[in-house]
Design a protein around this ligand. Structure first.
Ligand SMILES: Nc1ncnc2c1ncn2[C@@H]1O[C@H](COP(=O)(O)OP(=O)(O)OP(=O)(O)O)[C@@H](O)[C@H]1O
Length: 505
């Protein structure tokens, strides 16, 4: 122990304090070649005998970005592993291609992270490693706390990165600042690779690191990073407390909990303090798969439903999740599940990659390249005017692919064709007297950015066909016959005129 560097001693203490690894385990160390993960690898190597690991395996992921620099990073890490006598594994994926394929509006940073995680977890599984060690530091933690605070994640989110996660990811140098890391590497005479993009203010995280945190430290004349890390520790302690409170409350109030459906005892939930009620409702929403994309307003709406609404009322949340109150029960149902017995489940969102025929709920949706439109002029205007409310023509070049067909979600807004400002979709449906029970079945066509078309109602201004439009998409919806209403919804109707006139405003 005496021969250990202070950085290594501190890392050993952190590992032991949080129970990050046990003797006899195999650890997969994720090494980018940057200073943090190089220091992590170096410290874990030095602690190998003290902590009694069975094996250290080095994993490196090549993101297919940054050209020859990334090749050199891979060679550097492979060489470090070879010199230390450790087994080395590497993986590679074209992140840009992955991002395009996913079409979820992922940033390059997010796509890189997803690809890297997939690779690291798959390798851990394949090699039977017990832990996956990553080189996050206290500086990364401070950035993460600030990012989450500004994203409005709520108190639990401020716990940010934990030293150890339920999936077996461990962060042995989460205690260390970047300054500690650099001093350690210098003392050990270890080189590392530098990613030049880390020094450019190209994404929010980099801007926080390079501009905001230094400014805050100047203004407050304090170690703001350490204060933010302290917040994370306190928030983690509170989050652990809440977890145990919620577990026992869940046992009392969850009457049923399957993969897509949770039924809670409304009397118990309504009696609780709003802070507890909000958390138990969030837990139920997480249970049916809704953890991201929930705003505070969504949770407030659900709270109000539980405390103030009459039986039979429901609210629709992102991803088509519905919460309904029925007598003394609160039913939380995922998109494919029905909240009330006998009620049709909401259709799952439908991804539309290109022209073709699709089915979404009770609708047949046809998307074609509009070859039937005459060139710009009165003929084209007439054609659009006469297409009826269940068909729309859109400027194909104004659309960010892929399209999606989904139900109305609270907070949905769009700019109806011909209007100056935006309008709430909810208000549009209410004004159009669409019965509440049918609102969720109105097909809403969106692209990667926003709403494009509300079938039967309005097109969004952004995707309208103009005299400059070169490529046009034609989309139409037709209701499939059902046992209750064997008639198909007629195509056409009074709104066709209105729509076409708006088109040329
Ligand atoms: N290309 C990669 N291959 C393997 N592991 C990686 C790679 N990129 C990141 N990691 C792991 O994820 C951790 C956090 O990644 P992040 O991009 O935040 O790196 P960082 O804080 O700049 O660290 P480093 O200085 O090690 O690059 C890294 O410390 C490392 O353990």
């Amino acid at each position: 122990m005496d021969r250990l560097h202070p950085f290594e001693k501190e890392t050993a203490a952190h590992i032991q304090r949080h129970g990050l690894c046990l003797p006899g385990e195999t650890i997969l160390v994720a090494v980018s070649g940057g200073p943090d993960s190089t220091a992590l690898f170096c410290a874990l190597l030095a602690l190998r005998h003290l902590l009694g690991y069975e094996r250290l395996v080095v994993a490196h992921f090549h993101h297919g970005l940054r050209g020859s620099d990334a090749d050199a990073d891979e060679r550097f890490v492979a060489e470090e592993a070879r010199r230390a006598g450790c087994f080395f594994v590497s993986g590679r994926e074209d992140v840009e291609a992955y991002r395009k394929r996913q079409g979820r509006g992922l940033s390059l940073e997010m796509a890189a992270r997803e690809c890297r995680r997939r690779f690291l977890f798959a390798e851990r599984e394949r090699l039977g490693a017990h832990r996956l060690a990553v080189g996050h530091t206290a500086d990364d933690q401070a950035e993460e706390v600030l990012l989450r605070l500004l994203r409005g994640t709520g108190p639990e989110g401020l716990a940010a990165m934990r030293p150890k996660t339920p999936e077996g990811v461990v962060r042995p140098i989460l205690w260390a600042s970047r300054r500690d890391v650099l001093a350690y590497l210098e003392d050990k005479g270890r080189g590392f690779r530098e990613d030049a993009t880390n020094r450019e203010p190209i994404c929010r995280r980099n801007r926080l690191r390079l501009q905001v945190l230094p400014a805050l430290e100047r203004i407050f004349q304090a170690d703001v990073r350490a204060l933010l890390c302290r917040h994370a520790e306190l928030a983690a302690r509170d989050a652990d407390y809440w977890r145990s409170v919620l577990a026992s409350l869940w046992d009392r109030c969850a009457l049923e909990a399957t993969a897509g459906r949770v039924v809670l005892d409304r009397r118990i939930v309504a009696r609780e303090h709003p802070a507890v009620r909000g958390r138990i409702l969030r837990k139920a929403l997480e249970h049916v798969g809704l953890s991201w994309g929930l705003s505070m307003e969504h949770v407030e709406n659900v709270q109000r439903l539980v405390t103030d609404s009459q039986s039979g009322r429901a609210v629709v949340l992102p991803k088509g999740v519905r919460v309904a109150v029925e007598g003394n029960r609160v039913v939380v149902a995922s998109a494919g599940e029905a909240p009330f017995p006998g009620e049709a489940p909401l259709p799952e969102p439908l991804r539309v990659e290109g022209p073709g025929e699709y089915t979404w709920g009770p609708w047949r949706i046809r998307l074609t390249r509009a070859k039937d439109l005459p060139p710009p002029g009165p003929g084209r205007e007439r054609k659009i005017r006469e297409c009826g409310p269940w068909t729309a023509y859109m400027d194909a070049d104004a659309v960010a692919w892929p399209l999606q067909v989904r139900s109305f979600q609270p907070g949905d807004r769009f700019r109806p064709l011909g209007m100056e400002g935006t309008k709430k979709v909810h208000d549009l449906l209410v004004d159009a007297k669409v019965p509440k029970s049918e609102r969720a079945l109105v097909p809403i066509v969106t692209d990667l950015q926003k709403i494009c078309w509300i079938a039967g109602r309005r097109l969004d201004h952004r995707v309208r066909v103009t005299p400059e439009t070169r490529n046009t998409l034609k989309i139409s919806c037709q209701k499939l016959p059902s046992l209750d209403s064997p008639e198909e919804v007629p195509i056409g109707g009074d709104r066709s005129r209105e729509l076409a006139l708006e088109c040329w405003d």
